[in-house]
Design a protein. Structure first.
Length: 205
C-alpha cells in the first residue's frame, strides 16, 4: 500500500512571504524589459531573468515547509510563472537571442494551457495542482532562456551558455508539452465534477 503524502493546509491569508516574493517577481518584469531594450544589456537581463526563475522555487519551498500555503498563492504563483514566460520569452524573441520556432513553441503552450484554465475555471472546473512534468518543464525552461540571453552577451563563455540553453530548453519543451497533454483528461474530469457540485449546490440552495 502506497502511503499518501500529507498535503499542506491552505489558508486565506494574503500577506505571506511566498506571496510577497511572487509580487516582487512580477514587479521585476518591467526592469527586465528596461535592461534588455533600453540598456541593451543582455548580461544583466539574463542574470535577472535567471534570478526570477530561481525565486519561483524558493517561494514554493517556503510555502510548503513553513506552513504558508494559501489560496491566493495557488492562483498568484502560476499566474506569475505564465506572465514571466509570455512576457520574458516574447521579449527574447523580439531581441533575437532565441530561435523563433523554439520561442513560439514555448509561448504557444503557455497561452494554450493558461487560456484553457481561465475559460474552464469560469465554467466551473475545479482547480488542480501542476504535475511533476509541468514543474520539471518549467524548471528547465527557466534555466534555458537566461542561458540563451547570456550566449549572446559577448562573453568568452558564449558556447557554454548556448549548449546549456539547448540542453535545458529541449528537455523543458518536451516535458511542458507532455504535461499539457496529460492535463486534458484532468480538465475534463474536474470540469464535470465542478459543474456537478455547482448544480447540487443550486438545488439545495
Amino acid at each position: 500500500m502506497v502511503a499518501r503524502l500529507e498535503q499542506p493546509e491552505r489558508s486565506n491569508r494574503i500577506l505571506t512571504v511566498p506571496n510577497v516574493i511572487t509580487i516582487v517577481r512580477l514587479a521585476c518584469l518591467p526592469v527586465f524589459l528596461w535592461l534588455l531594450f533600453a540598456r541593451d544589456d543582455r548580461l544583466a537581463a539574463g542574470i535577472l531573468l535567471g534570478v526570477l526563475g530561481i525565486t519561483d522555487f524558493a517561494d514554493g519551498y517556503i510555502a510548503r515547509h513553513f506552513g504558508q500555503v494559501s489560496e491566493l498563492g495557488k492562483i498568484l504563483d502560476p499566474t506569475a510563472d505564465r506572465l514571466l514566460f509570455i512576457v520574458g520569452v516574447g521579449a527574447i524573441i523580439i531581441d533575437g537571442s532565441v530561435p523563433l520556432w523554439f520561442g513560439i513553441a514555448v509561448v504557444a503552450r503557455e497561452v494554450l494551457v493558461g487560456g484553457s484554465l481561465v475559460v474552464l475555471s469560469l465554467l466551473g472546473m475545479k482547480r488542480f495542482d501542476v504535475s511533476w512534468w509541468g514543474k520539471a518543464g518549467t524548471f528547465s525552461l527557466m534555466f534555458s532562456f537566461p542561458a540563451f540571453l547570456l550566449s549572446e552577451a559577448g562573453l568568452p563563455t558564449d558556447g557554454f551558455f548556448r549548449l546549456g540553453a539547448w540542453c535545458f530548453g529541449l528537455v523543458g519543451l518536451v516535458f511542458s508539452w507532455y504535461a499539457a497533454f496529460t492535463y486534458v483528461p484532468l480538465m475534463r474530469r474536474n470540469l464535470a465534477e465542478g459543474r456537478a457540485a455547482r448544480r447540487a449546490t443550486e438545488v439545495h440552495a
